[in-house]
Design a binder for this molecule. Structure first.
Ligand SMILES: Cc1ncc(COP(=O)(O)O)c(C=O)c1O
Length: 494
């Protein structure tokens, strides 16, 4: 082995210079597996440095797996896995992870890949994603709250903290829920890692072969793989203009007695519809009668910017039948990963135990920062700004649709808030177009309706989301949409 060349003027420590140069030899394989390196004494003498400097370099190479060291003998080059890259692993010989995955896991991977298509593509107008517009994030305000929270909380935020979630934030959330008519307390609240974790925990709690979950059809696409991953069966209940079809639900409750009824009464994903007060009451009565609890997803509770506010079903729950999932993701930002469940204490205790065994506890830092943010009144301020912004954006979208899209091309309803418009597309002939592809050709991303029901029975619907787009992008998007539909119908007429 050539002696390492030492640069005494460099600020890089000598041991690091030795280590890097030997590693280069190893990477280039000018030193072979099993070959001996000079002993620390020999190399130190040859370089005129102290033995401990060489020992430090060898120690690091050993820790990285490049050499073997035994007391009393010179180090040797090790057969490191990374060095064996040249042994190409043939597809036949490599372990088959795909075969190992369960059918439900494979299905989840398929859904995951399908949803990955919602990611923004250069030059496209993205009506597919339900992510919030980062241009509206109150970044500076949140940064100040994070700093303040760390100053206040110090080490208490860095240790295993409150497994149910930062208590002051739970107290804030209890007061916030009271504004929506829900009487609750910090004891009945579990802070989750986004509301998705809340949904997952509730399904985990009831998971048992042979059990089922009643879902709206269409419903939230990321809920369906979760149901199957737990070995549960989804039972579809059509979701109409007024809410869930209660006569079909009644039949299903009688016949199958599902473990939970999953519902999104406000700005339902994907339809953007909201259930009427009468429908909510009817749903609660039916479930109470059959003793089946409700999983209420209030993911956009705060985003009512048109018309009268209708309280969540949880606000009418006098029997502890409703487990409510809330989230900061769709009004503030999703990156803090904070959601919450409001449910009776026995349910919360059960969920807490389940989470304990998968992630021990949530991270307190975002909870404390959010609490600071909310207590300073910044959350209320932000909500007002979001209402002003999205009221306008939604008006622009609805106006543009009315102006440019003819009723024989597509139909839609006007949502009372949120970000979603559910578009029913009409084809000119009998042939069913590939709607997603058709819009892609015009530089437009939309979310296909079939993603939203287990039986994939919404092939001529698409979900439009305006969450990421400003007014001019929305106008441009609707123009592209109308152009695609016009072209299709003109071709059909020929
Ligand atoms: C209906 C619905 N519920 C729950 C969630 C999960 O949101 P998060 O985990 O970010 O709170 C989403 C996310 O898009 C959603 O659309």
């Amino acid at each position: 082995m050539l002696l390492p060349h030492l640069d005494w003027k460099s600020s890089k420590p000598i041991s690091l210079q030795i280590q890097e140069q030997i590693r280069e030899h190893l990477e280039r394989r000018s030193l072979r597996v099993g070959e001996r390196l000079p002993s620390t004494r020999h190399l130190a003498e040859a370089l005129g440095i102290h033995r401990s400097t060489v020992a430090l370099a060898y120690q690091e190479l050993w820790a990285q797996g490049w050499i073997d060291q035994r007391p009393g003998s010179a180090p040797r080059v090790r057969a490191r896995l990374a060095q064996m890259k040249s042994v190409t692993v043939s597809k036949k010989r490599s372990f088959d992870w795909e075969a190992l995955a369960s059918p439900a896991a494979k299905e989840a991977l398929g859904a995951h890949r399908e949803l990955a298509r919602n990611a923004h593509r250069e030059g496209f107008i993205n009506f597919a994603s339900l992510h919030m517009d980062p241009r509206l994030f109150p970044v500076e305000e949140f940064r100040a709250c994070l700093t303040k929270a760390m100053k206040k909380g110090g080490e208490s935020l860095l240790t295993y903290g409150d497994r149910q979630g930062f208590r002051p934030l739970r107290e804030f959330l209890a007061r916030r829920m009271a504004l929506h008519g829900v009487e609750t307390s910090a004891e009945e609240i579990l802070i989750t890692n986004g509301s998705q974790q809340g949904l997952d925990l509730l399904l985990r709690m009831v998971a048992q072969p042979g059990r089922s979950i009643a879902v709206e059809s269409p419903t939230y696409s990321l809920f369906l793989p979760l149901i199957r991953l737990k070995g549960l069966k989804p039972l579809e209940i059509p979701y109409g203009e007024d809410g869930m079809d209660l006569s079909i639900l009644e039949e299903v409750l009688k016949r199958h007695r599902p473990s939970l009824v999953y519902t999104m009464p406000n700005f339902q994903n994907p339809t953007g519809r909201s259930a009427s007060q009468a429908n909510r009451e009817g749903l609660l009565d039916l479930c109470a009668h059959h003793g089946v609890p409700i999983l209420e997803d209030g993911f956009e509770e705060e985003m009512k910017y048109f018309g009268r506010v209708i309280p969540p079903i949880k606000a009418m729950d006098r029997r502890g039948l409703v487990a409510y999932c809330g989230s900061f993701s769709k009004v503030l930002f999703a990156g803090v990963r904070v959601g919450w469940i409001v449910a009776p204490v026995p349910c919360i205790e059960q969920l807490l135990a389940l989470r304990h065994f998968s992630e021990i506890m949530p991270t307190m830092i975002p909870h404390a920062a959010l609490h600071e943010f909310c207590e300073r009144g910044l959350y209320d301020l932000h909500i007002s700004r979001m209402h002003r912004t999205y009221r306008k954006r939604m008006q622009v979208a609805l106006r543009a649709l009315k102006q440019h899209v003819q009723p024989e091309w597509a139909q839609w309803e006007e949502p009372k808030g949120g970000y979603l418009i559910w578009l029913n597309l009409k084809a000119p002939g009998r042939r069913k177009p590939d709607w997603e592809r058709l819009f892609e050709e015009q530089g437009l991303q939309v979310s296909p309706g079939n993603l939203y029901s287990p039986s994939r029975n919404h092939p001529s619907w698409v979900r439009l989301s305006i969450s990421l787009l400003d007014e001019s992008q929305i106008e441009e998007g609707v123009h592209r949409l109308a152009a695609a539909l016009k072209q299709l119908h003109e071709k059909g007429a020929r």
